[in-house]
Write a protein that binds this ligand. Structure first.
Ligand code: VG1
Ligand code: CO
Length: 550
């Protein structure tokens, strides 16, 4: 074994997006592509200015969602970590760790940070996507100042340090050495499961399954499977077969592990009719997202966050109440109403979980959520798919009520925020950029303008000042807020790898219970037409309707 230094050239385009660096597998497999990015990360982590301490002698956590290239990337990163002064790596067995599990392991083992190999909800396989992200000492996604520094480093990188050590066995628990560095292959589930047991009433949930409560959890052939099987079918005694698509496959078996009613159509079909399970759920590629489904009833993620906030004190882990809540800007304001009723703060952040970290660390919020099927709490610093499923299970157990009845009651109490996201995928990048630029330019003239019964009360490009560290993140999405509280938000996706995706977020509040059952897209049709009139989506993209509406 010997540590070697290789010369390299900067590679363009290695700027992390909403959640890490995501590219086509073919791009990641280019010579030095992964190596350059990892070396840039290690170089930045070795500058105490960015991480408080240097990487030398530290412990890192490593694992991924099992997609194509995961196993090869693990070996490359281990060799590089050994050559860059890391003392110890906690590696999930088989190279497997879900995103929330990485967060849990970093926190429980007081590691310096962790590397997650995942492109999350993006498709996998040889023709799919691969990704890498770094989580810091708090267990949460690296903040923008760190990712900016890593990107800057990729542009000037000239050397990569690695070892010529052979591959190590990653499929059995145990300890190995790569140069001076120790690699501990750990059970990917144990730490995470321990955190779940601290938060939820496992006896109650066990009793529910014993009495015949039925759940169908679709792990979409991604990394949620091993966690769901161990906790639901293992610990909690749910019948074998409760978890479907439960083996992580390198190509996710061709499924698109982005749980929404379109991609998880099979789950939706199984949740229809009187014979269907009591409760359904799906998780995404790296198991940080959740979709929650009742019998013949799909829960909007924004409503899920509001409902969890309203009932949190019924769950053991949140019995003392919530310090506050946070939601990403495009997420509906349903949770704001609950926060107001509870007298707790509600923060509005840019899209991406990294913006919740400071609020959680400072004890300002306990629950957070995004419209994109992400919810979580201060138990880790990532969104957490199975956590949300356990929360809903516990809640159904305590209240004895179904998903549909809980949400119906919520709407009657707080009103309903009709909410939908329309995605326009595969737009040429220049067309998408021009649309946003023109929209931004039009903002000053939009304020006060009337569209039918509504007038624009606020038209801006969302900018966020972090209340804890004062950092400013601007250009986070164009929003039009109307005098009746309705909202239209436009932003471009920061996780895609092909062309651009325009996300259009539509929201309208309805207080009258007699009008809360209108079909969702019908209730928002007028706002969708208005958004098109303002931004010229159809004319510019040639798309008469979105690729996906959720
Ligand atoms: C999307 C979602 C965002 C989420 C991010 C990462 O980002 O909109 O809410 O935090 O994915 O989720 P964007 O930039 O494409 O809109 V995951 O589960 O893919 O890490
Ligand atoms: Co994810």
């Amino acid at each position: 074994m010997a540590i070697q230094t290789f010369s390299t050239q900067p590679i363009a385009g290695q700027r992390p997006g909403t959640s890490g660096l995501r590219k086509k597998v073919a791009v990641f497999m280019q010579p030095m592509y992964l190596e350059n990015f990892v070396q840039s990360l290690f170089d930045v982590l070795n500058e105490p200015a960015h991480s408080g301490e240097s990487l030398q002698g530290q412990t890192l956590v490593l694992g991924g969602d099992g997609r194509y290239h995961n196993r090869a990337a693990v070996q490359t990163i281990l060799r590089m970590a050994a050559a860059n002064g890391v003392a110890r790596v906690l590696l999930g067995r088989g190279g497997i760790l879900s995103t929330p599990a990485v967060s849990a392991v970093i926190r429980r083992h007081k590691a310096f940070g962790g590397i997650v190999l995942s492109a999350s909800h993006n498709p996998g396989g040889l023709d799919g996507d691969f990704g890498i992200k770094y989580n810091a000492v708090n267990g949460g996604p690296a903040n923008e100042s760190l990712t900016d520094a890593v990107y800057a480093r990729t542009l000037v990188l000239s050397q990569v340090r690695s070892s010529d050590a052979p591959d190590i066995g990653i499929d059995q628990l145990g300890t190995h050495n790569v140069e001076q560095m120790q690699v501990e292959v750990i059970d990917p589930v144990a730490d995470y499961a321990a955190v779940m047991r601290e938060l939820f009433d496992f006896d109650l949930i066990r009793g529910m399954f014993k009495r015949g409560f039925t759940l169908r959890l679709d792990a979409m052939n991604a990394v949620g499977g091993p966690y769901a099987k161990a906790i639901l079918e293992g610990d909690l005694g749910a019948p074998v077969g409760t978890v479907v698509n439960g083996e992580p496959l390198e190509d996710f078996g061709g499924l698109h592990p982005d749980p929404n009613p379109v991609n998880a159509a099979d789950l939706i079909a199984h949740m229809s009719g009187p014979q269907s399970p009591d409760f359904g759920a799906a998780t995404d590629g790296d198991a940080d997202r959740n979709m929650v489904v009742g019998r013949d009833f799909v829960v909007s993620p924004s409503d899920s966050l509001a409902l969890m906030t309203a009932h949190a004190q019924l769950i053991p882990g949140y019995r003392v109440g919530l310090a506050g809540v946070a939601r990403s800007m495009p997420t509906s304001a349903a949770v704001d109403r609950v926060a107001r009723a509870l007298g707790i703060s509600c923060y509005e952040t840019p899209t991406g979980w990294k913006f919740f970290g400071n609020l959680l660390d400072a004890g300002r919020v306990t629950l957070c959520g995004e419209e994109s099927y992400g919810t979580g709490s201060n138990h880790v610093r990532e969104k957490d798919g199975l956590w949300a499923v356990l929360f809903w299970l516990n809640l159904q157990g305590v209240t004895g009520r179904s998903v549909a009845s809980l949400v119906g009651e919520h709407w009657r109490t707080y009103g309903r925020n009709f909410y939908s996201r329309h995605d326009y995928e595969g737009i040429p990048v220049d067309v998408a950029n021009a649309l946003m630029t023109d929209l931004r330019a039009a903002l000053p003239g939009l304020k006060g303008r009337r569209f039918g019964a509504r007038a624009v009360e606020l038209a801006d490009d969302f900018s966020y000042t972090d209340p804890v560290d004062g950092s400013v993140s601007s250009h986070q999405g164009v929003r039009l807020i109307f005098d009746d509280g309705a909202r239209v938000v436009f932003r471009l996706s920061g996780t895609g790898t092909e062309g651009a995706t325009l996300r259009l977020y539509l929201e309208r509040y309805e207080a009258d219970p007699a009008r809360q059952d209108e079909p969702l897209q019908q209730a928002l049709a007028e706002l969708a037409a208005l958004a098109d009139a303002v931004a010229g989506i159809h004319t510019r993209t040639g798309m008469a309707s979105p690729s996906v509406a959720t």
